[in-house]
Design a protein around this ligand. Structure first.
Ligand code: NAD
Ligand code: TYD
Length: 358
């Protein structure tokens, strides 16, 4: 029986990871989900597991030393999977400080607590693992269509978000190099799928299209992101936690580079394909909703991951083709209109009108 501490488990990737793990391992694992429920954290995502005896939620900030230390003191934690973060680039441009607090100082606090609790006089307790869930954005931006990010690519972050994630990666690496701390770092490309907050490209476009609102495309719409279905990411993290040699870094990507405008066009087309003929929302949706708006400051041009190392070492490959993943995602949002209504109440409206000047 392994005990997992999952931080940020009420967010998009964290909740998908918890659902995946409890489906896969059932009662062979226990999960503690530590999350302070920012605007991005939503316990509704975990309704189907909240009553399980081997799942527990703790509302706490990863920066809170006593709260984090207490989790390690009162539980024999075997795996830490660290998702908790401020994760949205646009918010980091508007308010960088909270990104440093959570992403840098929070990570520092967490690795310190794990190190203290796992240390023995001659190393660490057996079979312990910490996984730092990082992002391809730490590598910066590719300016041509031919290059890829490898694990050896120097870190060159541009946004306050990616700078804070790179700082956290360096701290974890320092703990690996200095203290032989049993950790891995994974650097994944853009995720999409159920439960993603509608500040990110795909759910924002789905939500706006369904209510006939403009679809705001930054700059030329030619920027490229490499999209990975969130469950494929969950599988990669599980594999790294279980099978990767401590200290290794792995890039995780979808082999699926798309220009933003292609994504927006595909969402419109897929909605029109899926929605029944008599659904009134069809009349609101058209390509005329696409609106080019002011570009993001410092907008990274292209991200593209070479996931060769994780394939060679651990046999991981993206499984979900984009054509299938985007349909699953849109169908999920159509079935979960209530979820969208709940998360877009209150603060979201304020964020949206400030961000998009409407
Ligand atoms: P998210 O914003 O959806 O969720 C973040 C979660 O962390 C929320 O539940 C929030 O309440 C929690 N949280 C924030 N600050 C906290 C704090 N101080 N203490 C405790 N909990 C806190 O993020 P996501 O998209 O699920 O991303 C998860 C992780 O994966 C992040 O570390 C992110 O950098 C990384 N990542 C994301 C993507 C992507 O495409 N979304 C891609 C690669 C890597
Ligand atoms: P986003 O989902 O914020 O992820 P990231 O910036 O971390 O890659 O944005 C993905 C791409 O979509 C990025 O190039 C910015 C662009 N974008 C828009 O064009 N319009 C939008 O409203 C949003 C949120 C993003």
């Amino acid at each position: 029986m392994k005990n997992y501490l999952i931080t940020g488990g009420a967010g998009f990737i964290g909740s998908n990871f918890i659902l995946y793990m409890l489906k896969k391992y059932r009662t062979d694992i226990t999960i503690i989900n530590l999350d302070n429920l920012t605007y991005a954290g939503n316990l509704e995502n975990l309704k189907e597991v909240e009553k399980l005896e081997n799942y527990r939620f703790i509302k706490a900030d990863i920066c809170d030393r006593d709260a984090v230390m207490k989790v390690f003191e009162t539980n024999e934690i075997d795996r830490v999977i660290h998702f908790a973060a401020e994760s949205h680039v646009d918010r980091s441009i508007r308010n960088p400080e909270v990104f440093v607090n959570t992403n840098v100082l929070g990570t520092m606090n967490l690795i310190n607590a794990a190190k203290i609790s796992w240390e023995t006089p001659d190393g660490y307790k057996k079979d312990k693992k910490y996984v730092q869930v990082s992002t391809d954005e730490v590598y910066g931006s590719l300016e041509t269509e031919e290059e890829f990010f490898y694990e050896t690519t120097p870190l060159n972050p541009h946004s306050p978000y990616s700078a804070s994630k790179a700082s956290a990666d360096f701290l974890v690496k320092a703990y690996i190099d200095t203290f032989r701390f049993p950790a891995n770092i994974t650097r994944c490309s853009n995720n999409y799928g159920p439960y993603q907050f509608p500040e990110k490209l795909i759910p924002l476009m789905i939500n706006n299209a369904l209510s006939g609102k403009n679809l705001p495309v930054y700059g030329t719409g030619k920027n490229v992101r490499d999209w990975l279905y969130v469950e494929d990411h969950a599988k990669a993290i599980d594999l790294v936690a279980e099978s990767a040699k401590a200290g290794e870094i792995y890039n995780v990507g979808g082999h699926n580079e798309k220009r933003n405008i292609e994504i927006v066009t595909l969402i419109i087309d897929t909605l029109l394909e899926i929605l029944p003929e008599k659904d009134a929302r069809r009349d609101l949706i058209s390509h005329d909703l696409i609106t080019y708006v002011e570009d993001r400051k410092g907008h990274d041009f292209r991200y593209a991951i070479a996931p060769d190392k994780i394939k060679a070492d651990l046999g991981w490959e993206p499984e979900t083709p984009f054509s299938k993943g985007i349909k699953l995602t849109i169908e999920w949002y159509l079935k979960n209109i209530d979820w969208m209504e709940h998360v877009t109440k209150g603060d979201y409206q304020k964020y949206y009108s400030e961000m998009y000047h409407v």
